[in-house]
Write a protein that binds this ligand. Structure first.
Ligand SMILES: [Zn+2]
Length: 248
């Protein structure tokens, strides 16, 4: 018998604005879209920013065509969960590098949207066990953590401030979905269907994966059920919580 999985604590929902900063179209839908649907349903503002357009993600489609297809799918996917703003930074898919250049771009996005919560994907080396994470996810997640701090310091990437951006030090936490080190979760029982529809909106991408008999609902249900059993709800979305203030 395997040991009881550790319980997950309920996420803080006392906030108004979240920014989701992820590497690829579809990243949100594989782990967090149902949570987003819950929050927009509560009247919170959630915006998406994709660092790449996932243009290297479909083997049979050249990147120029693929970019258009995937951006359109992402915009529709966001709309389904109540997100009206989707930014695309159009950095190169598959070969993102963690570093100052990426931090600079992400800090500008944080300064522009002034969120209280920043959501990103798993940036740990694995998904748990031996399934390796993907390089873009690791680069983006690490850069997000730094960019959130950079955004609050007027002397870091000062050219943005000189051009009129205000520093923003109001991010209270970064939440990473899909992390093997999840500590918290949110009940997604009532918003689960919206999350499924949001993933299904990536039809060309899912088709391009060529996974035989792969069912988005079944896939999401497996993850949501196991997190739900740790939170004490039917379905849940798990997050690793990284506090960005002092004294949390
Ligand atoms: Zn991805």
């Amino acid at each position: 018998m395997s040991p009881d999985p550790s319980p997950l604590a309920p996420l803080d929902e006392d906030w108004e604005r979240a920014l989701c900063l992820v590497a690829h179209p579809d990243d949100m839908e594989f782990g967090a879209a149902a949570a987003v649907a819950r929050w927009t349903g509560q009247g919170k503002s959630v915006v998406y920013c994709m660092v790449t357009s996932g243009e290297a993600g479909i083997d049979g489609l050249d990147p120029e065509t693929c970019r258009e297809v995937r951006e359109a799918e992402q915009v529709e996917s966001a709309r389904i969960v109540g997100v009206d703003v989707v930014d695309f930074l159009r950095e190169p898919d598959g070969i993102l590098e963690y570093g100052v250049a990426l931090r600079r771009r992400l800090a500008a996005v944080v300064r522009a949207h002034r969120p209280e919560i920043v959501i990103t994907g798993n940036f740990r080396d694995t998904w748990g066990g031996r399934n390796l994470n993907q390089a873009d996810h690791i680069a983006v997640g690490r850069a997000v953590l730094d960019a959130v701090r950079d955004a609050g310091n007027r002397w870091v990437f000062h050219e943005q401030v000189a051009e009129g951006a205000e520093p923003w030090g109001g991010v209270r936490a970064v939440w990473a979905f899909g992390s093997p080190q999840a500590t918290h979760a949110v009940d997604t029982t009532d918003s689960f269907d919206a999350g499924v529809a949001s993933l299904e909106a990536h039809a060309a991408y899912i088709e391009g994966l060529g996974w035989e008999n792969w069912d988005p609902r079944e896939f999401l249900e497996g993850m949501a059920r196991s997190a739900g059993s740790r939170l004490g709800t039917r379905f849940a979305a798990p997050f690793e919580v990284l506090p960005m203030g002092w004294g949390d």
